[in-house]
Design a protein around this ligand. Sequence first.
Ligand code: ZN
Length: 174
Amino acid sequence: MRRCYLPVALWALAGLGQAQTPELSVMCSQGLTGDGCRNAQTSVRVVLEVLRPALRSWRFIVVPDTRWADTCKAFRLKPCVPAFSNLKIRATYLNSRLAVLIDGTFDEEMAHYTRLTGENRLEWVLAHEFGHILCGTADQNVAEDAGLRLRGSGGPAGCPVDADRKRTMTTARR
Ligand SMILES: [Zn+2]
């Protein structure tokens, strides 16, 4: 996989001031329709606009909570974490509960992963996934570090030179 480190200026040009770079699409999977889908799409787009990952041709698929367990099963994902990326099909799957930006209620299960809530939580999750994707690594620490840098600078993630390339993603064997 080619890893790209587009300068921020190039990224800005490519985006042409649009709310979203066209190559990044946000879709809803079966069972998430109407306002529920539109709100989730908006949430993800808001965060993509903040993070601006140097990423081409990638899909974000929001899956309703009721179908999340089946989605994990389909990808043989254990444990069934609330978000994961698949390099082969160039897609990131998100549990719809992550795509709620203003969360009035305490989500105990999500709190197991982070104390952040709402938009900050979604930003953390997506930045972490971009760490995996942009660095081409399954290493959680490398992904988290790259995600932190991405959140801090709003620029390219910057991967360590000897990130372990041989390890596989959770679901994608390369
Ligand atoms: Zn991870």
